[in-house]
Design a protein around this ligand. Structure first.
Ligand SMILES: NC(=O)c1ccc[n+]([C@@H]2O[C@H](COP(=O)([O-])OP(=O)(O)OC[C@H]3O[C@@H](n4cnc5c(N)ncnc54)[C@H](OP(=O)(O)O)[C@@H]3O)[C@@H](O)[C@H]2O)c1
Length: 244
């Protein structure tokens, strides 16, 4: 078994996922960067190498059962452990999403298609569902794990509004997954939480978003590295509990 702590991150070829990888690798984790395409960009790979960070790559499309099964096997064979899982892969789904969240008319529910809802749910919520089933058994063997599901304020029932129906429903669903899994592993040393990174400058967030990726990553990296007496089954934003 590897002596290094191993952190697995989905959709980590760019944006927030790549930043989680960079920050966790900087803290001494071996990061397993996964994405659905081929591999991370040459530029990102070169910067990891330059900084002497420990990383591996695995192709995982979180909507593909076979890819998810393969990553479970690869982790078992290559490291014998998985300490952190960040379910980050996500799509916006709803077409025509404008740069400014106030202007949601173009993303109205009445133009949303059921097939878009299915596709968005399949990536954003069932992707995490599959990954939890594949990776948490390895955590259970060692009695240690930190799982962070990337949700969004857009999925808060407490503040649910119109627009972006497919995305919102998928993020509410990933929050339900957090509660379910956290309860099932209670007392086993595995802490499972949801987080909202805030509106962050990535391909999804757009150039006018208010946060840098470093800022957006802060709460997620904090949850991924919680001490043993840390919270589980919660939803966090800026390191504080956030209404469901
Ligand atoms: N940015 C924000 O303001 C914001 C706010 C709240 C929550 N979030 C959440 O934060 C997470 C990261 O978003 P981001 O802002 O970094 O967006 P991003 O730059 O668009 O990154 C999304 C990542 O998910 C990957 N992905 C999409 N479908 C996938 C699949 N089927 N299998 C594996 N990977 C897949 C993408 O890979 P490809 O390159 O192959 O497309 C990409 O790496 C998402 O869950 C998002 O909903 C973002």
């Amino acid at each position: 078994m590897s002596d290094e702590m191993v952190a697995v991150i989905t959709g980590a070829n760019r944006g927030l996922g790549l930043e989680f990888a960079r920050q966790l690798a900087g803290r001494g984790y071996r990061v397993v960067i996964t994405d659905r395409d081929d591999r991370i960009s040459d530029e990102a790979a070169a910067s990891f190498e330059r900084e002497g960070l420990a990383w591996n790559y695995e192709r995982v499309d979180v909507t593909a059962d076979s890819d998810v099964a393969r990553i479970g096997d690869a982790l078992r064979q290559n490291f014998g452990r998985a300490d952190v899982l960040i379910n980050n892969a996500g799509i916006q789904g709803d077409p025509g999403i404008p740069e400014h969240p106030e202007d949601f008319a173009i993303g109205t529910f009445f133009k949303a298609k059921p097939e878009t809802a299915l596709r968005t749910m399949n990536t954003n919520a069932l992707g995490a569902f599959r990954m939890c089933q594949a990776v948490i058994p390895l955590m259970r063997k060692r009695g240690y794990g930190r799982v962070v599901n990337i949700a969004s304020g857009m999925g808060q029932l407490a503040d649910m509004k119109g627009g972006w129906a497919c995305y919102r429903m998928s993020k509410t669903a990933i929050n339900a997954l957090t509660r379910i899994v956290a309860d099932e592993v209670k007392g086993e040393g595995i802490l499972v939480n949801s987080a909202c990174p805030g509106w962050t400058r990535t391909q999804m967030g757009g150039a006018t978003a208010t946060r840098s990726v470093e800022e957006g990553a802060d709460t997620i990296v904090w949850l991924a590295t919680l001490p043993d007496d840390g919270p589980s089954g919660g939803f966090f934003h800026d390191r504080k509990p956030y209404a469901w």
